[in-house]
Design a protein around this ligand. Structure first.
Ligand code: MTE
Length: 323
């Protein structure tokens, strides 16, 4: 979601940091691509491997304990549209920690280490604790669910996620009555994530939030796998959120901490571009984003355009939360 950005007075303009000929060529390239973002940095294009499997394979750490995947599919969560081609989904990612260019992310995740990995659960809970992700994988009720996934940029996919209900973890830590919201944070590792250095103006690390009712909704998953195997790094290994009735940016990747709070937590994109992204971010075809109509969505593998549904088709599960 690159956006038109006016650099703050104290920030060095990109043209001062980059040799002028490279800068000018990059500007031409971005213009040709339809990007006008004043601060956008594009990663270097590498060699494109021939087949899609390599996209998943190259970035798959194969770090999860044996025998976890595939998990049994829960037939209650199925779809009216075909699943997205796995290789397409694995090469078209929003993960700004690595690059703002979706097609580049999967090439840039090699140095990202996803084991060992812990998730700290803290704040207004009776039983705060630090979870090892492999302990979660062994103990939690893993299942596969087919969900629609809708990005605010008006593209969509349909994905088999493997994970467990966020509620299962919330029940373990026992939130206090004063806990009203959940704040989640991603890693900060500039040595492994080039986007955290190149896009220095963003308020890293990435953070998101939900109300406690949203977090405990039956649709809300903590996801560790996709297409019957563990998450490739570019999809947010080793553990990410999926809230399928909200625009994709709410589904924070590679979570390192979960905090229960009594105040609504700030969120990354709302802090970065407040007039474009709000806290709620529920999919709504009737409310256009300043840069994208939300009436329809483009399926990323076929290119077909289909109408967008309120709450991304999940109104029966969540509309009551906003009555
Ligand atoms: N989480 C982190 N930490 N960093 C990100 O840049 N991008 C969000 C979301 N979670 C993002 C993130 C956006 S904008 C989208 S659309 C989805 O991840 C994309 O998920 P996918 O690459 O698995 O399709």
């Amino acid at each position: 979601m690159p956006y038109i950005r006016v650099p703050k007075g104290w920030e060095m303009p990109e043209r001062l940091a980059t040799p002028e000929d490279i800068y000018m060529n990059r500007r031409k390239f971005l213009k040709a691509m339809g990007f006008a973002g004043a601060g956008l940095v594009v990663g270097c294009a590498g060699e494109r491997p021939a087949d899609g499997k390599e996209a998943g394979g190259r970035s798959l750490a194969r770090a999860a304990p044996e025998g976890i995947y595939p998990a049994e599919r829960n037939p209650a969560y199925t779809l009216d549209r075909a699943l997205t081609d796995e290789a397409v989904a694995a090469r078209y990612n929003n993960f700004y920690e690595f690059s703002p260019v979706k097609e580049q992310v999967w090439r840039l995740v090699d140095r990202f280490e996803t084991r060992p990995w812990t998730v700290e659960v803290k704040g207004l809970v009776e039983a705060p604790r630090v979870y090892d992700v492999d302990d979660l994988l062994r103990r939690m009720p893993l299942e596969e669910r087919l969900y629609r996934f809708r990005c605010v940029e008006a593209w969509a996919m349909a994905v088999p996620w493997t994970g467990f209900p966020f509620k299962a973890l919330i029940d373990e830590v026992q939130p206090r009555p004063s806990a009203k919201y959940v704040r989640m944070v991603t890693f900060l590792r500039p040595d492994q994530a080039p986007g955290q250095v190149e896009q220095h103006w963003y308020p890293w690390p990435y953070y998101e939030g939900l109300t406690i009712e949203e977090a405990m909704n039956e649709l809300t998953l903590l996801v560790t796998g996709i297409y019957g195997h563990e998450l490739p790094k570019q999809h947010g290994a080793p553990v990410r959120l999926i809230v399928p009735w909200k625009y994709g940016y709410k589904s924070i990747k590679s979570i390192v901490s979960i905090e229960f709070t009594h105040r609504r937590p700030p969120t990354f994109w709302n802090d970065a571009v407040p007039h474009e992204y709000d806290f709620w971010s529920n999919v709504d075809p009737g409310v256009p984003h300043p840069r994208w109509s939300q009436a329809t969505e483009r399926l990323i593998d076929t290119g077909k355009r289909v109408p967008t549904q309120r709450y991304n088709g999940y109104a029966d599960y969540v509309a009551h939360l906003y009555a």
